[in-house]
Design a protein around this ligand. Structure first.
Ligand code: FES
Length: 104
């Protein structure tokens, strides 16, 4: 009998920041911000919990999911393609637009 608890493979996606050379890998089980910081990519953030809105980014392409609806992400934000990367888990390759980073 095999051990069904053996390590499951976790999808890994590529995250690019538009108009920059920033590109990093993000696992499906970590937030986009966690992945960025672990790889030395400094992105704007504050609370880390979906409350302050500082990490608001524009999702140019790709899909993310949240464990629970983030407090600082309103319906109109989502309709405009925005997301909170501190609590967003990638579900595909992503291209983000972050004005504070893209304008450097
Ligand atoms: S860092 Fe505060 S909402 Fe993302």
């Amino acid at each position: 009998m095999t051990d069904s608890s053996a390590a499951k493979s976790v999808s890994v996606y590529t995250v690019s920041i538009r108009n920059t050379s920033y590109r990093f890998q993000a696992r499906a089980d970590e937030t986009v911000l966690q992945a960025a910081l672990q790889q030395g990519v400094e992105l704007p953030w504050g609370c880390g919990g979906g409350v302050c809105g500082i990490c608001m980014s524009e999702l140019m392409s790709g899909e993310v999911v949240y464990d629970a609806p983030p407090l600082a992400l309103f319906e109109e934000d989502e309709e405009q393609g925005k997301g909170l990367i501190c609590v967003a888990y990638p579900r595909s390759d992503l291209i983000l637009h972050i004005p504070e980073v893209s304008n450097i």
